[in-house]
Design a binder for this molecule. Structure first.
Ligand code: FAD
Length: 407
């Protein structure tokens, strides 16, 4: 039975309730090789040993200890697909997928490894100069340098081209002024990949990406924001007050930031979809385990047809989501995942994520409202997934636009 998590080691119970081939709840996955599965075992052990026992302390501190980043780097969990010549293991995206899945499976929502490995490092690897790659990637692989991606501002989130943070050219330097908000890894980060305007009059064509080191004069971290969930993750305001960086800190061409963001946002959305399907699967597993034991009116909660029908529906949708997301991972590996595929995967998986944790929580009754139960934690951590990384409505806009193209 999935019981209260009053001792940290009892989090391990979550993993015992996983979907397995034996209980046949997931259609066979064909993406992963034996090497990936060996890696999965080591990641799962690392998560149980090095992350799960600290989760509550990180929640209380509202951030993850830097030592966890260094340990994760040493264990090979960071930037798995970074090339060997830049200090990485040179794996494929499936290794990153394994890390995303195992963190989600254990309910570890504190460490911003995914932002770092799947949202910051890929920009540097794809668009960075040789010098930028050699300077940053090896230390991102070890966890010595923590990355953040700063796009959102108090006045502009979904409408990215409306950002106002500016980078004005002054000789061989940019002078950066502005403010960002809700930035994951904001308190811990050493390197910020900043979306800013190098030409404020040019709309989307005026957006550039600039790497800003967190020790530059004029850079300041604001509040570590209080959130309804993801309490172990640092999410911050960042302030830039005439921060000077050399123009060689720019990533790619000036004014080409928007198309660069558009190519990489598909990966960000895929990572969220991967996470969301795992949480939906876990919610069903926890609920089956719990309702097999809990009794009411002389039978178990799992004996009520309503329970079985509802869980059957969610399990079926999770399996459909798994098929969609695995197909998107396969497309990504072939460099064929487009913005619409990624938007569909994010839209479907995040809706399912929120629905699954809400409906499954119901079967736990009052216990489902208690934070020592994983379903309660999953519930409060879920709400953000339909907002961050592109709101559900933005996903629908991307999909709808394609539907009406050429008609
Ligand atoms: C915990 C957390 C972590 C985050 N991490 C990061 C990070 O690391 N880096 C970063 O840059 N940002 C980050 N964000 C910001 C996040 O990506 C934005 O909150 C999100 O993109 C929405 O932008 P917004 O908050 O400005 O909402 P708005 O753009 O003001 O939109 C509000 C709502 O309006 C509706 N809406 C907006 N546009 C449309 C439209 N075209 N059609 C129909 N409806 C629409 C949607 O319902 C939307 O949710 C994070 C946010 C949170 C809460």
């Amino acid at each position: 039975m999935v019981g209260p998590l009053d001792a940290p080691e009892s989090l391990a119970i979550i993993n015992d309730a996983d979907y397995t081939e034996e209980n046949n709840l997931v259609i066979g996955r064909t993406l992963f090789s034996e090497e990936h599965e060996v890696f999965r075992d080591s990641v799962r052990r690392f998560v149980e040993r090095e992350l799960v026992p600290h989760h509550e302390a990180w929640e209380a501190a509202s951030k993850v200890d830097r030592s966890a980043w260094l340990k994760a780097g040493e264990a090979g969990l960071l930037c798995c697909d970074t090339a060997e010549e830049y200090g990485g293991p040179g794996g494929d995206f499936l290794y990153n997928t394994v890390v995303i899945e195992e963190l989600a499976r254990a309910g570890i929502t504190g460490p911003g490894f995914v932002v770092h490995s799947d949202m910051v490092a890929p920009y540097i690897a794809s668009f960075g100069t040789e010098e930028q790659k050699k300077t940053w990637l090896p230390r991102m692989v070890t966890g010595e340098v923590i990355g953040a991606l700063a796009m959102t501002e108090p006045g502009a989130g979904s409408d990215l081209k409306a950002i106002r943070t500016s980078a004005k050219r002054d000789g061989d330097e940019y002078v950066i002024s502005g403010q960002k908000v809700y930035i994951s890894n904001g308190q811990n980060c050493d390197l910020i990949m900043l979306a800013c305007k190098t030409d404020p009059a040019a709309g989307a064509k005026g957006v550039s990406l600039v790497l800003v080191e967190a020790d530059r004069p004029g850079f300041r971290r604001g509040r570590n924001l209080k959130k309804i969930g993801l309490k172990a993750q640092d999410t911050s305001e960042l302030f830039f007050d005439e921060v000077r960086v050399p123009v060689t800190n720019r990533l790619g061409e000036e004014g080409r930031g928007f198309p660069m963001l558009m190519t990489k946002l598909a990966r960000e959305r895929l990572t969220q979809a991967i996470r969301s399907v795992v949480v939906a699967e876990q919610a069903v597993s926890w609920t089956v385990e719990y309702t097999k034991e809990r009794k009411a009116f002389g039978q178990t909660i799992g004996d009520f047809q309503n329970t079985r029908f509802k869980l059957a529906e969610i399990a079926t949708q999770a399996t459909a989501g798994r098929a969609l997301v695995d197909r998107c991972i396969a497309l990504f590996l072939e460099d064929k995942l487009d913005a619409v595929d990624a938007a569909m995967a994010k839209l479907y998986a995040t809706d399912l994520h929120c629905k699954a944790v809400d409906e499954c929580l119901q079967f736990f009754g009052g216990y489902g409202y208690m934070l020592e139960y994983p379903i309660a934690r999953a519930y409060i951590d879920a709400r953000i997934v339909r907002i961050a990384g592109g709101a559900a409505e933005i996903m629908k806009q991307i999909i709808g636009q394609r539907l009406f193209e050429n008609r």
